[in-house]
Design a protein around this ligand. Structure first.
Ligand SMILES: [Cu+2]
Length: 94
């Protein structure tokens, strides 16, 4: 019955690959140093549904990988706003 276990495992892996991850690029205004970046990143990664957050000081953006069934782009922007910075949801990619 080893073969069945292998097939079941493959089916499971495929199911996980299908689970939707969305990427949001949010404009963040007001960051001036590495500490600001860390604050924004921390707020994002602490938000439910967020898998990864990459904050750029030079570009003034936060690139967030999140599960769109758990959190919306607006909620991500709100999480940033709570830290005292201005946030504007931008384009969404896959
Ligand atoms: Cu700062």
């Amino acid at each position: 019955m080893k073969l069945i276990a292998v097939i079941a495992g493959m089916a499971l892996a495929c199911g996980l690959a299908v689970a939707k991850d969305a990427t949001a690029e949010i404009k963040v205004k007001g960051m001036t140093c590495g500490s600001c970046v860390a604050t924004v990143k921390k707020a994002l990664t602490a938000t439910k549904g967020v898998k990864d957050a990459d904050v750029s000081l030079e570009k003034g953006t936060a690139t967030v990988v999140y599960e769109d069934s758990q959190v919306t782009e607006k909620q991500l922007a709100d999480a940033i706003k709570k830290t005292g910075f201005e946030a504007q949801p931008g384009k969404t990619g896959k």
